[in-house]
Design a protein. Sequence first.
Length: 440
Amino acid sequence: MRPCYWQPPGNGTRALGKIAHVNGVLEISTTAAGGGRRGRLALAHGVVETPVFMPVGTAATVKTVEQGVLETLGASGLGAQLILANTYHLYLRPGHERIRRMGGVHRLMGWNRPMLTDSGGFQVFSLAKLRRVTADGVEFRSHLDGSKHFFSPEHSMAVQIALGADVVMAFDECVETPASWERTRESMGLTHAWAHRSSVYFEAHKHEVPWAEAVKGDARRDYEPAQFAGQAQRLFGIVQGGMYADLRRESAGRMVEIGFPGYAIGGLAVGEPREVTREMIARTLEWLPRDKPRYVMGVGYPDEIAEYARMGVDMMDCVLPTRAGRHGLVFRTAELGEDGAAGATATYPGVLRMNIKRVDYVDDERPIDAGCSCLVCRRYSRAYLRHLFVAGEPLGAMLNSVHNLQFYLDTMERVRAELEAAPHPNAPRLTQVAPASESG
Ligand SMILES: [Zn+2]
């Protein structure tokens, strides 16, 4: 049984370590033989222990899980260190100008830790209706009310600066899958042009982030706008190139040429076989600078995030823990000799997926996972969770999501401990890296 450090959410927010380092700098303490790195990424709202898993807070909420609970999840009680919010959703509702007036998404949702926003591109291409793509940007209709909108790289940056996440993403085109080499290369060219325009606009306007502005009527004691004076957001570039290694290489090269303080690998986990995802990540990592954070967008199952972290990925996000939780799917560690576990290795226990609505659990008084110290496993039985799900009680979705998030955060915590314990024999300890050049 893992020790339990969980504390009930108290008054106010729990901040992460303060900024002892320069915002945007990744300090790598150890690099393991497989390429995995143990590091600390300093951002305006705190220092993030890497590799890190980021829960997705689509519309300024990690669905069904309250912020105070998010801050205390995980065996060590560290909580979610960095969460993601979706630009497209917040732009449509409640609107980025309204959020700017309130001081940014952090203040809107009472989250005083680091945050990342995507560029809006992925949702425009996957959710919006009647898209029209030109070299200038994308015209689309809202999936909510059919209203007409236009996103260009400049507009995506303006919206993301108003939202005020610590890390923002360059606007990119997401190609449909499967796509031919020619089509992927054409789309990638657009992504490169848009990345350059994103960078130029961002550098000219990043001082407009609303963090330091006093907001009339905001009497919450946790938030001191003055502490953010002089702090800036960080813009990451996105490597595209589909499932073609030569295009991934070209894309990584172009992104590095533009110059960003961090790089994401996009367009993966969109239906391709897992070996292809792994291969594209491995190849792309070779072409990205070792001293910058590397972020794989939208992956994956618990055993996948552990695997990619061991390969040298520093940041990952996925809707799976909460989406699966709302559908009654929970993850647990396989017991010795149990069949069907994914990703079991000598050092990492296998992962099993349980469908909590199955009749098998109707009288099952055990917790989801006897080795889990989350607030759900300490208190509630499978039988109760099944009952909540079958009865359509909202608490069921919340409890399943809390457990799944803890499962993901604990997975990353174990990988961090493992990387710390097994440094590469030739790796220098504690590499201090200068921040990226600010040029576009
Ligand atoms: Zn649990």
